[in-house]
Ligand binder design. Structure first.
Ligand SMILES: N[C@@H](CCC(=O)N[C@@H](CS)C(=O)NCC(=O)O)C(=O)O
Length: 281
């Protein structure tokens, strides 16, 4: 199928294919079902059957982490796009919670983006992402935990907030949590541990991309301050080959996140968790 086939590929579901988040309104943008740009080229290059399969959805930042890891390591794998809100059996067979990313390796399957990144490390194939030194490994896990526990929920809280005062206070909190992470990074960089892309960079990269492509247009998230350590890190992540090869064109993110920016009902388990104040899925 070509990249432009079918109205549902470009964020406008066709009449027969309205998504639950659109509330019956054909004019509402919805999530894309197929990667675009460089990410689409990577999908095509990894479409042949393989023992190692990544089940993903092109807009998903958690999938993006695992996908960047696979590309960075140069592993042989197959990328399989799934409509995660229609939950095909091949996804539920691996993850009964019906979330992507899910990985199948032979007859074994597993899920959870951080767990999957650790699994790929444990294969000891291709370029490693965790450093050798046990203390640096522990610190990488510590700061990955900070990203998962503090930065990611705030990203969604800020994006979903409809009240201007709430938005201002979440913007401040998100800025503070990112500043904590940046202050733990190697002072020269450009990456978290120094000159090379490692685990923490990949954990954070999908949200670095989405700060620019989603939070900036929807909430006015500012560009990094010129000359700052944060700017150096952001530019290094954006310029990284594995990140570029797994990133779609801007419209895909703008369209796919409109439902979050409007905090529409039936958007996702993440959106519901933020609204209910329960733990992230
Ligand atoms: N903690 C999970 C989160 C994965 C997740 O929330 N994925 C979203 C897509 S970005 C999903 O599968 N949503 C399906 C749903 O909401 O039903 C991870 O790190 O892998």
């Amino acid at each position: 199928m070509s990249q432009t086939d079918g109205a549902q590929q470009n964020g406008h579901a066709s009449k027969a294919e309205l998504d639950a988040n659109q509330g019956g309104n054909h004019n509402k943008k919805t999530y894309h079902k197929q990667a675009t740009g460089l990410a689409w080229e990577t999908v095509q290059a990894h479409s042949s059957d393989n023992d190692l399969k990544l089940y993903g959805s092109c807009f998903c930042p958690f999938v993006h982490r695992v996908w960047i890891s696979l590309e960075h390591k140069g592993l042989d794998y197959q990328y399989v796009e799934v409509d995660v809100y229609r939950k095909p059996k091949l996804l539920l067979d691996i993850n009964p919670r019906g979330l992507v990313p899910a990985l199948r390796h032979g007859d074994w399957g597993c899920y959870e983006s951080t767990v999957l990144m650790e699994y790929l490390e444990d294969l000891h194939q291709g370029k490693p992402l965790l450093p050798k030194d046990p203390k640096q490994r522990a610190e990488s896990r510590l700061w990955s935990d900070h990203i998962n526990r503090h930065i990611i929920p705030l990203f969604y809280r800020y994006l979903q907030a409809q009240d201007a005062n709430d938005q201002a206070s979440y913007a401040k909190e998100l800025t503070e949590q990112i500043a904590k992470l940046v202050s733990a990074a190697d002072s020269n960089g450009p990456f978290f541990l120094g000159s090379k892309l490692t685990f923490v960079d990949v954990q954070m990269a999908p949200w670095v991309i989405r700060l620019e492509k989603v939070l900036k247009p929807y909430r006015g998230w500012p560009d990094p301050e010129p000359g700052s350590r944060w700017e150096k890190w952001v530019r290094a992540i954006e310029a990284n080959d594995a990140v570029k090869k797994t990133t779609s064109d801007d419209d895909l993110y703008l369209d796919s996140y409109e439902r979050y920016a409007e905090n529409r009902p039936n958007t996702s388990q993440v959106q519901a968790a933020i609204n209910n104040g329960s733990g992230m899925p």
